[in-house]
Every structure is written in C-alpha cells, then in structure tokens.
Ligand binder design. Structure first.
Ligand code: ADP
Length: 282
C-alpha cells in the first residue's frame, strides 16, 4: 500500500535512480533551467549516469534547451522512455502536454482551446506519469528541474518522491536573494537537505575586453566589503554552501536558445570561463 498512517500517499523512491537533486528558484527567470541543464550535462560529461526531469507545467524549457521534441515511446511496462541528447536522458511536461506554440511566420500564439478542467486533469495525470512512470534505466543522478516558486506544486512533488538534496539558484539582486531565503525555508520544512546556492548572472563579462562588471551589485563586489552582504553572506548565515558564480554572458543565452547548452557547445574550447563556471558548480 502507498498510504502512510496519516493517510498521505507515502513517498516513493524513483526506480533505478540513486540520487534525486532538485534545482529550484523562488522566482522565474533567474536561470534555473539553464543552470539545471548545464549541471546535468556537467555530471554526464564526468561519466556520471544522469537524467533530467522537467516538471515545469507552464513553461517547460528542457525540450528547447536539449533540442528535443516529440512524444515519448512507452515501453513494455507502460513506462515513458526518456528522450536523450548529448548523453543526457530527459523527460519533460513539454513532451506530454500539447503546447501552444507561436506561429513561426506570424509570431501569433494560437489560443489554447483545451477546456480548463480537462487541462487540469491532464496536468495531474502527466505529473504522476513524470514522477512514477519513466524508465530511467540505472541512473546515478536525476536532476529535477522544479517549477519556480515555493508553493503547492513543490510540496506535492516532495510528497510523492524522495528528494535527496536541493540546489537553489538566485541572482545577486536583493529581491531575488530574499526569495532564495524563502526557498531555503521551504526545503527546511520539507526536510530536504539544501546542498547549496548558485549565484547566476553574477557579473557581466565584456565580450570585447573581458572586463567583469557586477551589474546587480547591491553590496556584492564593492571593494573590501564585497562578501559582507548578499548571497555569500546569506549562505554563511544559513549554514549553506555557496556553490559558485555563473557569469551573465550573451553566449550562455545563445547556446540555450539553439538547444546546445554551454557545457556541450564549448566542450572543445580550452579556456571557456563560462563553461568552467558550470563545471565547477557541479
Ligand atoms: P528560469 O528557469 O529561472 O525561468 P531560464 O533558465 O529559462 O530561467 O533563463 C531565463 C532566460 O535567461 C533565458 O533566456 C536564458 O537563456 C537566460 N539566461 C539564463 N542564465 C543566463 C546567463 N548566465 N547569462 C545569460 N543569459 C542567461
């Protein structure tokens, strides 16, 4: 039986997966998916058997990031077979739900005519399938790309599967950091260990002269007191590891848009600082 004494469904371990690491952000747009996919690819590049599960219902981005699309096949046990690129297995809401895509010529987004109630049911069913019915095969690490926020969806996912650790992605801005602290509180309540925080868009690396500018400064990167405020200080206060900085870099965005994340795109570039940034976080 999957019922615990309190009547809640009992958490399950994902079959054939050793560790589940959730990548989260309290807010959208801080680069959570970009970081998640580059971390997963960094693991894969080290020979760690890795998969990535995209549970973002309203903005699944893993299909674009990995240049993958199409409906997954079902195996003989009725489990979804992951789609693979760059040696990374993936499963996404984006493969399961009909997505409303902009017309490539006019740019117009067609109206989603699916009735709301039906869509709700599809989402619930799809989420259940994503969490419990994917044939990952043996994996060392499954990176879970959580939807942004600290609400019900995150709680539900945590009630259904065992999450071994979490990584919080933030930007150096004060508001983003405050949200990140809220994210830390959520994982504490869920009793999921926080492995650390990643500071994305930490500085702007000028493509011409290489000069680094801390755009979202706010106490970080200002002379001697640079680590008195902000993400690093907050990590110290919370007793959480600071995992590293990722630069704000147009190439990171371009790589993401064309479906070849930086860790793969710059594999043969000997001294790619942006690629190294992702690798060292992993
Ligand atoms: P989230 O998952 O938090 O919503 P995304 O990973 O989708 O955020 O990133 C949002 C946008 O910012 C995307 O267009 C992405 O390419 C871009 N982006 C993310 N990180 C960086 C970075 N370090 N440098 C430049 N662009 C970035």
């Amino acid at each position: 039986s999957f019922r615990s004494r309190r009547g809640l469904p009992e958490k399950r371990k994902i079959r054939d997966v050793k560790k589940v690491v959730a990548v989260s952000s309290a807010k959208g747009g801080v680069g959570k998916s970009t970081v998640a996919v580059n971390l997963a690819l960094s693991f894969a590049r080290r020979g760690i058997r890795t998969g990535i599960l995209d549970t973002d219902i309203f903005g699944p981005s893993i299909p674009t990031l990995l240049n993958l699309s199409g409906e997954p096949r079902l195996d003989e046990n009725n489990c979804l077979v992951p789609l693979t690129n760059y040696g990374l297995k993936s499963m996404s809401m984006g493969y399961l739900l009909p997505q409303t895509q902009a017309d490539s010529e006019t740019g117009e987004v067609p109206m989603d005519t699916t009735p709301i109630s039906w869509r709700g049911l599809m989402v619930t069913k799809a989420m259940h399938q994503l969490l419990h019915s994917v044939s990952w095969g043996p994996l060392d690490v499954l990176v879970l790309d959580l939807p942004p926020g600290t609400g019900d969806v995150q709680l539900t996912i945590n009630q259904e599967i065992i999450i071994d650790g979490s990584v919080i992605v933030t930007t150096p801005q004060d508001i983003a950091l405050r949200d990140a602290v809220r994210g830390f509180g959520m994982f504490q309540r869920m009793e999921v260990p926080v492995l650390g925080m990643v500071r994305n868009m930490a500085y702007f690396a000028c493509p011409n002269c290489g000069h680094q500018t801390r755009i979202f400064s706010h106490g970080e990167g200002h002379g001697s007191n640079c680590e008195d405020h902000g993400v690093v200080a907050e990590c110290k206060r919370l007793g959480v590891d600071f995992l590293g900085d990722i630069p704000l870099d147009a190439q990171v965005c371009e790589d993401a848009d064309r479906g070849m994340p930086t860790v793969v795109a710059e594999e043969s570039v000997e001294r790619s600082a942006r690629r190294q940034a992702f690798l060292s976080v992993a």
